[in-house]
Design a protein around this ligand. Structure first.
Ligand SMILES: Nc1ncnc2c1ncn2[C@@H]1O[C@H](COP(=O)(O)OP(=O)(O)OP(=O)(O)O)[C@@H](O)[C@H]1O
Length: 403
C-alpha cells in the first residue's frame, strides 16, 4: 500500500479527493461541486472500495459518509488515519476527524459539502427518510459493535471475538482488490474458510474457486499439476493437460500449505505472480492468465525464508496482504457460538442435540491444539456417545488433555 502519502497521483498537479458514501445521489452532488472547483473526484460506495481508491489515487482528501455499508465508520476512519496519515479526512456532515492533517484547500472542500447539502444534502435526506419511514442514516459510532459488527456479512466465519472482528474487517478490505493474500494460522483454524470468504466477497465470486493443497501432491507431479503439461513432456504424460492455474482463469486459486512447495517450483510460481504468464511443462508457448492467488500456511514462512528453505522474494510477493487466523485458544469466547453452529449443522441429518453447561465449560477450558476442526470432531463424537439422549453432557466430551 502507498500508506502515508498524499501526493496526488493525478496529472498536472490536479488535486484528488475520494468520496466514500453508499448514497449515489450525494456522491453525484459532491462530484458536481468538487469538479467545479477543479478537484478530481474518485467515488467509492463503501469503505473497502474507498481504501482501494486511496491506494491507487493517493488523494489529498477523503470525504466519508457517517455510515458505510461494509465497515463501521469509526473503525474505517481509524484505519485511514493509520494507513494514510497525510490525508485530510472529513465527514460529509462537515466535521473533521480529530487529530488529522488539514488540506491547504480545506475551505473548498467545506464549500462543496455545503453546496451538496443545499441541493438536497444530508440533512434533507434524513428528514425525507424519516418522513417516509425509511432507514435513517445512523450517526457515526466510535465504538466497536458486537453481534452483526465486523463479521457481519461473513456468515461462514462464526465468532464475534475482537480478533475475529479484526479479521472480518481485513477480509472485507482486501476482498474487492486483486492483491495476493497470505493466510497464516495453525492447523484447523479456518484458513480455507477465510480464503473462500475473500473469494465470495470479490468481483470474482461467480467464477471458480480452485483449491490445490501443495502438501498433498508428490513433489515430482506438483509442477505439472499447477502449470499443466504437453503430451510427452515427461514419462507417463500420454496426453496434454490443463494445469490448475490455467483452469482457474478469471477466478481465484487457493494454494494451501504453500510452505511445502519445492524451491525450484517457487521460482516458477514467483514468475507467474509477477507477470501473470505461464508455460505448460514441455511447451514453449507463453500464456497469459488472470488468476487471483490466495496462499495459506501453518508454518512461520518468514522464519523459513530467513533460514533459506523458502524464497524470501516469493514470501514478500505472497504476503502483499497477510491475514492471520487466530488459534481457538486465543478466542475461547467464540466457543459457545461455534458449538451452536456445529450442533445446528449436525441437526440437519439427525435430531438436533443440545449441550450441558458443564460440557461447554470443559470445551472453553481446553487448549484446542487442532483448533476449530478438532472442536467439530469432539462434538460429532459427543453426539454419537450421547446416543438417544438429547443433551450432550460432560461424560460425552472426550478431549485428550486439559489446559
Ligand atoms: N470460524 C469458523 N466458523 C465456522 N466453521 C469454521 C470456522 N473456522 C473453521 N471452521 C470449520 O473448521 C474446519 C477446518 O477449517 P479449515 O479447513 O478452513 O481450516 P484450515 O486452517 O484451512 O486447516 P488446515 O491447516 O488443516 O488446512 C472446517 O470444517 C471449517 O468449515
Amino acid at each position: 500500500m502507498n500508506a502515508g502519502t498524499n501526493a496526488s497521483g493525478a496529472p498536472g498537479g490536479v488535486r484528488t479527493v475520494v468520496v466514500a458514501s453508499a448514497d449515489s445521489s450525494l456522491r453525484a452532488r459532491l462530484r458536481v461541486s468538487l469538479t467545479g472547483l477543479r478537484w478530481q473526484v474518485r467515488e467509492a460506495n463503501g469503505g473497502a472500495e474507498a481504501m482501494a481508491q486511496m491506494d491507487m489515487a493517493r488523494p489529498e482528501a477523503l470525504l466519508m459518509d457517517t455510515w458505510l455499508p461494509d465497515l463501521e465508520a469509526g473503525e474505517f476512519a481509524g484505519l485511514v488515519r493509520s494507513m494514510f496519515p497525510a490525508v485530510d479526512l472529513l465527514r460529509v456532515d462537515g466535521a473533521a476527524e480529530p487529530g488529522g492533517v488539514r488540506s491547504p484547500r480545506r475551505n473548498e472542500l467545506l464549500h462543496a459539502l455545503r453546496e451538496a447539502r443545499d441541493t438536497g444534502g444530508v440533512v434533507e435526506r434524513v428528514e425525507l427518510e424519516e418522513a417516509h419511514g425509511l432507514t435513517v442514516v445512523p450517526p457515526i459510532r466510535e465504538t466497536r459493535v458486537s453481534g452483526g459488527g465486523a463479521t457481519a456479512g461473513l456468515p461462514e466465519l462464526v465468532g464475534e471475538s475482537m480478533v475475529m472482528q479484526d479479521l472480518g474487517m481485513m477480509i472485507r478490505l482486501v476482498a474487492p482488490r486483486t492483491a495476493t493474500v497470505l493466510i497464516e494460522g495453525e492447523t484447523g483454524t479456518g484458513k480455507e474458510v477465510v480464503a473462500k470468504a475473500v473469494h465470495r466477497m470479490s468481483a470474482r465470486a461467480l467464477k471458480s474457486f480452485t483449491v490445490l493443497n501443495c502438501a498433498a501432491i508428490p513433489e515430482s507431479l506438483l509442477e505439472a499439476e499447477l502449470f499443466g503439461h504437453t503430451r510427452g513432456a515427461f514419462t507417463g504424460a500420454v496426453q496434454s493437460r490443463t494445469g490448475r492455474i490455467e483452469a482457474a482463469h478469471g477466478g481465484t486459486l487457493f494454494l494451501d500449505e504453500i510452505g511445502e512447495m519445492p524451491l525450484g517450483l517457487q521460482a516458477k510460481m514467483l514468475r507467474f505472480l509477477e507477470c501473470g504468464e505461464l508455460q505448460r511443462v514441455g511447451d514453449n508457448e507463453v500464456m497469459r492468465v488472470d488468476v487471483r492467488v490466495i496462499a495459506a500456511t501453518h508454518q512461520m514462512l518468514e522464519k523459513r525464508a530467513d533460514e533459506g528453505t523458502f524464497r524470501l522474494d516469493l514470501y514478500h510477493r505472497l504476503a502483499v496482504f497477510p491475514l492471520t487466523v487466530p488459534a481457538l485458544r486465543e478466542r475461547a469466547e467464540d466457543i459457545p457460538a461455534l458449538v451452536e453452529f456445529f450442533l445446528d449443522a449436525m441437526g440437519k441429518d439427525a435430531p438436533r442435540k443440545r449441550i450441558s453447561a458443564r460440557a461447554i465449560e470443559m470445551l472453553v477450558e481446553y487448549a484446542w491444539p487442532g483448533n476449530v476442526r478438532e472442536l467439530m470432531h469432539v462434538l460429532e463424537r459427543g453426539a454419537i456417545l450421547a446416543g438417544d439422549r438429547q443433551v450432550i453432557d460432560e461424560a460425552d466430551i472426550r478431549i485428550r488433555r486439559r489446559r
